[in-house]
Design a protein around this ligand. Sequence first.
Ligand SMILES: NC(=O)c1ccc[n+]([C@@H]2O[C@H](COP(=O)([O-])OP(=O)(O)OC[C@H]3O[C@@H](n4cnc5c(N)ncnc54)[C@H](OP(=O)(O)O)[C@@H]3O)[C@@H](O)[C@H]2O)c1
Length: 303
Amino acid sequence: MPDHDVNPSRAVLITGAGGQLGIELQRCAWPQGWEVVALDRAALDLTDPSAIAAKMAERDWAAVINAAAYTAVDKAESDVVTAWAVNALAPAAFGAACAAADIPMVQVSTDYVFAGNKDGAWDIDDPVGPLGVYGASKLGGELAVRTSGARHAIVRTAWVVSAHGHNFIKTMLRVAESRDTLTVVDDQRGSPTSAADLAHALMEIALRLVDDDAAPTGTFHFSNAGAVSWAGFATEIFRQSTARGGSSAQVAPITTADYPTPARRPANSLLDTRAIREAYGIEPRAWQVALGDILDELIGAKK
Ligand SMILES: NC(=O)c1ccc[n+]([C@@H]2O[C@H](COP(=O)([O-])OP(=O)(O)OC[C@H]3O[C@@H](n4cnc5c(N)ncnc54)[C@H](OP(=O)(O)O)[C@@H]3O)[C@@H](O)[C@H]2O)c1
């Protein structure tokens, strides 16, 4: 058992306090004595590397979890410099500060670093090939952290959903209130990921990195278990929503070509989670079960 009492600092700095993941990181059951300092944009603007350096110098942090990101995938195509500032330069600034102070860093990354053109799930060592600015800037963040000298875990995830913020579940439920049928892309596959489940995994990793110098480092993948298309995901959302008395609609499958967007998206976002299971014993549960918990929170428990 790790002994948290021997660690002088138990303050973990978390960015993206108002985002899906940041909210869930604050709701996690951190061990007694841990202090979670979650910073939103007003408290720390990640486009300002000197502000990051100053925040890191402010006190004796135990670890950093960078949960913030420029996540507007389509907007990033025309807002390149801001996307790179938040997704690459900010992780670089954290990485440098963490290396200097010998603090472990957890960086969150994305399936969008891959081109999406593989049949099976993406392994951690598979060649990257981002299709757009968001993925490229997140890859820049990975490289910055990887080469920073900081002890780190880079955790790629995909299709993040929760009861908070902007995400596919909330969009589906909202649009279903005013429409009988929704067209949803059916030729992109992935594993929906509960922000709460991801947050719990990141907390476990951060605690291990703080307490154990030999804790596994490097790149990991975390998503909930199972594979589905967006249309299949929508169908399951409405099935489970109906069971809870929530909104529902028919799902009409379409192709990516039918729904043009400024940014190209990977056709296959499936992430192989073997590395995180083997290194940390973290076993992702089925995405349908995680979805149920989110709908319980959004609509209420099953009737
Ligand atoms: N959402 C997904 O489907 C998905 C998929 C794969 C990977 N990821 C990764 O998972 C992580 C968490 O994503 P999420 O779903 O929690 O995203 P999110 O809900 O969009 O939250 C992102 C957070 O980053 C903050 N942020 C953006 N620019 C900032 C800046 N200049 N200074 C300070 N804060 C800033 C946002 O603050 P404001 O609210 O003020 O804008 C927001 O709180 C990110 O690393 C993301 O790349 C997400």
